[in-house]
Design a protein. Structure first.
Lengths: 110, 381
């Protein structure tokens, strides 16, 4: 199960949380920034993913704050989440390395 | 929030209820629960309550004063709240304000209502959350409901078979025999059901699943043989067998089902079984009993609606019921069942194809199990 390739939104959410604990809106803006605006998470998608990640013990609640009467709940990676992200990074790195080598053989940009 | 603020009785009760939830979820031992409850009983300030709940994941915002900051107002917030109402209660209790805050922060100023894309996203998110387990280590409610269905549906099918088949081998007159004549064609589906029930009784889950998968083929043959009217009458039994197959293939199985079968759901089991018996033998049961049965059904359904497991269960159990509802509408022409004379020979003939199917499935499963480390007859975990 843990060896299954990760879907892009999940990968980006974990990447966003790898920097520091963040609240929902922070994750949304960070994900947009990481992906150069290509992935724009909406609240429904984000929170369904967060709920699954919390249940799978990859992410946990860090703390709560109230800013301008609005509740902010911060999330952070668990040790399991960190390990899972590392596995995924390794997998992606292997695949892109192979792709780059083959592109180089074709004489294309690598 | 200020830890020095004084707490009310209602807030102490809320915190105590929360502790019991955490105890039920296995996060606290009985001794820890008592220690922490003592702190709550003596709590004077929010700081005391916070101490009693230390180290536990946040669930409901009980640590906020009873008169919270003014909630989000305006048409946009109301629009979002209406969409968030589609989320399960346990999720909303924890995340509604948080999600609303994110939605309001992301909204450009002057926006008056949620866009269609946002509405779709929130509704899809609500559906996904409903299909996920509510806490770590738990099964999603739909899988648990399937596990309970894997207990109920075989029960109902066995009753069906008994009611349908008994008169063939115990010839005579009387209400039961007349009942059988009315439902002679459904008797064809009953042996098919048995082809699934028997392997299940022998704890051969995969055989049952394979047999069940073959049933649509037989349904197509019955369409050729008897025309569409008959098939509609039988559809509910086929659907029940199909539901059973899915329940066994996709859930943790009847053992898990029995573990989580609460008294509330046991009532539902009773009602479902009674309903099927009534449908199959409505010649026998006096018409006056119908009112009582409808009442019983309403009570059972009402009880089931109070939990997410019960709601999923109702949804699943309604699947085989819908053709019965259609046949009950006399205004639609062509729904009535055809009546064929029934003999023991006909019954035996109906048993042959499913028996062959079951044998084939058993052989295939045995062959498959020869290559897998886990033996076929292993009881469900």
């Amino acid at each position: 199960m843990t060896d299954m390739p990760m879907r892009e939104p999940t990968f980006l959410i974990l990447t966003a949380l790898a920097a520091s604990p963040q609240h929902g809106y922070g994750i949304m803006t960070d994900v947009a920034q990481i992906s150069d605006g290509q992935v724009r998470l909406r609240a429904g998608t984000l929170y369904a993913a967060l709920n699954r990640l919390v249940v799978e013990d990859l992410v946990e609640v860090d703390r709560e704050e109230i800013v301008d009467t609005r509740l902010r709940r911060y999330y952070r990676l668990t040790p399991r989440g960190t390990a899972r992200l590392a596995v995924e990074v390794d997998r992606r790195r292997r695949h892109t390395a192979v792709a780059a080598r083959r592109l180089a053989l074709l004489g294309g940009p690598a | 929030m200020d830890d020095r603020l004084r707490v009310s009785d209602a807030e102490r009760d809320g915190a105590a209820a929360l502790l019991r939830d955490h105890f039920a979820a296995g996060r606290l031992s009985a001794q820890e629960l008592e220690e922490r409850l003592a702190i709550i009983l003596a709590a004077q300030t929010f700081g005391d309550l916070r101490r009693a709940l230390a180290g536990l994941p946040p669930t409901a915002p009980v640590l906020q004063p009873a008169s919270p900051a003014p909630a989000e107002a305006g048409p946009l917030a109301r629009g979002y709240r209406r969409l968030l109402a589609c989320y399960p209660v346990w999720y909303r209790r924890v995340h509604e304000e948080e999600m609303l805050a994110v939605l309001m922060t992301a909204a450009p100023p002057g926006k008056r209502r949620p866009s269609i894309a946002e509405a779709t996203d929130l509704l899809w998110g609500a559906l996904r959350i409903r299909c996920q387990p509510s806490r770590p280590g738990a099964e999603p409610a739909w899988r648990d409901a399937l596990a309970v269905a894997s207990v109920i549906v075989p029960l109902v099918l066995v009753v069906t078979v008994v009611v349908n088949q008994a008169p063939v081998f115990l010839p005579g007159s009387g209400a039961l025999a007349r009942g059988f004549r009315l439902f002679a064609l459904e008797a064809m589906a009953a042996p098919l059901a048995m082809a699934v029930v028997i392997p299940l009784a022998l704890r051969m889950r995969r055989v049952a699943a394979l047999t069940g998968a073959g049933l649509p083929i037989v349904l197509v043959f019955s369409l050729f043989g008897h025309g569409v009217n008959v098939a509609i009458g039988e559809a509910s039994l086929f659907l029940a067998v199909g539901l059973q197959t899915v329940a066994f293939a996709a859930s943790a199985g009847p053992r898990r089902g029995l573990q989580i079968l609460t008294r509330k759901h046991a009532v539902l089991v009773l009602v479902a079984t009674l309903l099927v018996c009534t449908h199959l033998a409505d010649v026998v049961i006096p018409a006056g009993a119908t009112v009582r049965l409808i009442l019983l059904t309403a009570i059972g359904a009402g009880m089931a609606l109070t939990s997410s497991l019960g709601r999923w269960l109702l949804l699943l159990l309604a699947i085989p019921a819908w053709p019965l509802l259609l046949t009950a509408v006399p205004a639609i022409p062509g729904w009535a069942l055809n009546v064929l004379p029934s003999t023991a020979a006909v019954t035996v003939a109906w048993y042959l194809p499913p028996a062959a199917l079951a044998t084939l499935a058993a052989l295939a499963a045995r062959r498959a199990s020869a290559h897998s480390p886990k033996p076929l007859g292993t009881p469900d975990a």
